[in-house]
Every structure is written in C-alpha cells, then in structure tokens.
Design a binder for this molecule. Structure first.
Ligand SMILES: NC(=O)c1ccc[n+]([C@@H]2O[C@H](COP(=O)([O-])OP(=O)(O)OC[C@H]3O[C@@H](n4cnc5c(N)ncnc54)[C@H](OP(=O)(O)O)[C@@H]3O)[C@@H](O)[C@H]2O)c1
Length: 276
C-alpha cells in the first residue's frame, strides 16, 4: 500500500498513504519518528512550517539515504502569510530547513489565519497562490494545493487565478463525512485530490462502537478500519504516530470495506464531547 499511488491531474504520482508529523516535536522525537517511518516503508512525509519540526524531518530524510525521486515531501505555507513576497521567503526558508532543493507538494495551510478562523482573506490567498504558481512553473514544486478550503474558498481562488489546486488537504475521518461531503464531491468533480488529515480524529475515533465492531468483523484494528475508510472514499490518509509498531499497523491496509459498511461509517456523527 505504501508504494501505491494516486495520480494528480498534472500527472504527478503521489503515494496513497502519507506520514503525518503534526505535534511531533523538533529534535530527537521528530528525527526518530521520520527515520522509523521511512524504515517501515513510508515514502510520503507531510510536514508544515508551523509544526516547527522541518529541521529534524529534513535531517532524517537526509540521513535515510533514500533517492530523492523516490520520496514525496509536502510542506505548508503558514496560514497567516497572505502576500506574494512573504510566500516566496517562507517557501525558501522551508526548503532550507528541510535541506531540499524542491518540494513535491506545497500547500496554503488554511484560507484564514488559525488565530482568526473564518477571516476573509480571499485576495491574500490569491496573492500567495500566484507566487506558488510561479514556483511551480520554475519547477521548485511538483504540485501545489491548499488545505482547509471549503467549496466557496476553492471557487474564489480558481476564479481569481484560473489555476485549480492539485490537492485540498482537509479534516476527514469517520464521523466527519456529513460535514465534508460537499467539499469532497466538489474536489473530486474538479480533479482535486482530497487528502484526509486526522484520519483517526487525532485518536478520538478509535473507540467508536461501530468502528470497534467493524474491526472485529474484518479482523483488523480500529485504526486500520478508520484509515481504510478514507481510502474507500478515494481520499489520501495522513496518519501520524511516533510509535514504530503503530506506523506498521497504520500501513497494513490491504483489505477493503464493503459499500454497506462504508455507508454506515458515513452516517456517524461526530461527538462534540470528544473534541471538547
Ligand atoms: N492541514 C492541516 O491543517 C492539518 C491539521 C491536522 C493534521 N494534519 C496532518 O495530518 C496528520 C495526521 O493527523 P493528526 O496528527 O491530527 O491525527 P491522527 O493521525 O488522526 O491521529 C494521531 C493520534 O493517534 C494516535 N495513533 C496513531 N496510530 C495509532 C494506532 N494505530 N492506534 C492507536 N492510536 C494511534 C497517535 O498517538 P502516537 O503518536 O502516540 O502513536 C496520535 O495521538 C498530521 O500529523 C498532519 O501531518 C494537517
């Protein structure tokens, strides 16, 4: 599964399961996590400037001595950066921290600053996007995309710039389908690959009774059911773990969930108490 790929609309192949690194502290922990993930066989690593771990992620990538063309590395422009000039400087800082000379995928981390969710930044997103298009044309990035964009955000960005993102990375897990189904449908109709971040709902979905009972039925673990579920929707999961055994578990996905059971998982609603 770790070697299987989706194809973006520009022909770039992207490994079907990525390794998430949010909340993995820079230093020994991030370094060892990425070394372990690469050893398990993950070749797709997802980081971001704001995770503050690009230095250790990059060092681990370097020390693993895997051919660069066999790896797929994603990073993200901080959500408060909405100008053409700053987009360029943050991008080059990310490359420097990762010790890379190009990125496979670069994303606008969110349509608004995390400190002010929902703030109207449409012009700023288009500014940042224009710089990313330029970097893409200069072959500094193999694919460009966005994250946390809803249908309105996507339509506006496309209308202002004429360039459709290759990827939209959004929160997607069993319990979040009702919330995300319009965005997923819009992306898939427009050939935008959806990446499913927090596929385990940051761990909160693992004890959901339906997930536990499906794990028994399929003789899999709850984590495997949750990650496989995102693949059944043709979205690309980005599970995160700092434990090597769990990295292996999260990549052992060579089974499928029946259409009926996917429908049951689609009906789950998120329990707000779990996220309180
Ligand atoms: N674009 C964005 O705005 C955005 C936002 C959030 C996340 N992301 C990306 O998506 C990635 C994944 O999302 P996430 O980190 O929020 O959460 P997640 O992958 O849904 O869940 C991670 C949590 O589950 C635990 N876990 C992992 N595998 C497990 C297993 N097999 N059994 C039991 N527990 C397990 C981990 O603990 P241990 O580490 O202790 O194993 C961690 O606490 C991030 O790391 C990041 O790369 C992007």
């Amino acid at each position: 599964m770790l070697k299987e790929t989706f194809e973006l609309y520009n022909g770039v192949k992207i490994p079907k399961v990525g390794f998430g690194t949010w909340q993995v502290p820079n230093g020994d922990i991030a370094y060892q996590a990425v070394i372990d993930a690469l050893d398990v066989g993950y070749i797709h690593i997802d980081t971001a400037y704001v995770y503050e771990n690009e230095i250790s992620v990059g060092q681990a990538i370097k020390d693993a001595h895997i051919k660069r063309s066999e790896l797929f590395v994603t990073s993200k422009l901080p959500s408060h950066i909405k100008t053409y000039e700053e987009t360029e400087s943050y991008f080059y800082e990310t490359l420097k921290r990762l010790q890379l000379d190009y990125l496979d995928l670069y994303l606008i981390h969110a349509p608004w600053p995390w400190s002010n969710i929902g703030q109207e930044c449409k012009e700023g997103n288009a500014e940042a996007w224009k710089k990313m298009i330029e970097l893409y044309e200069q072959r500094k990035i193999r694919a460009i995309g966005v994250s946390n964009f809803n249908v309105d955000d996507l339509k506006d960005l496309i209308a202002r710039t004429g360039v459709v993102p290759h990827v939209n990375q959004i929160a997607f897990f069993a319990g979040h389908f009702q919330k995300q189904k319009e965005t997923i449908a819009f992306c898939q109709e427009n050939h935008i690959l959806v990446e499913a971040y927090s596929p385990l709902a940051i761990g909160h979905a693992l004890n959901t009774p339906l997930v536990v009972s499906l794990a028994e039925k399929y003789q899999k673990t709850p984590a495997q059911i949750l990650i496989r579920y995102t693949l059944e929707h043709n979205t690309l999961p980005l599970p995160k773990s700092t434990k090597k055994a769990r990295m292996e578990e999260n990549a052992d996905l060579d089974f499928s969930i029946s259409k009926e059971d996917v429908l049951l998982l689609d009906q789950l609603s998120e329990d707000p108490r779990r996220f309180g």
